[in-house]
Write a protein of this length. Sequence first.
Length: 121
Amino acid sequence: MTSPEPDALQGVRVRPYMVTGGRTRSAVELPLEAIIRVTPEGQKAVGTLNLEPRQIVDICHQPLSIAEISAHLRLHLQVSKVLVGDLVHAGYLATHTATAESADRPDLQLLERVLDGLQSL
């Protein structure tokens, strides 16, 4: 039996639950619109990370939302949330969440942007 050629493996995808180790939640719960950026610790650790976490840290040199990270890397949204939460918990990524105008109601423009982003996925 011969092993597949490297080109044949190019389209092979791993199931989402394998990427997160079967977890559906992270130690850090983040909203989809949270802005994520790499920390100095993340820049130092990028070479030690596995494939998907390394890709996330690489693209977060510019601030991105979790929804944008998911779209750029073509990862399931919940998988992206778990991986980003893990990286935030480890100190490799930092977050900034938008604050609502009042405690009772979220910012309507923010909700519209999130909806537009999700519909474009």
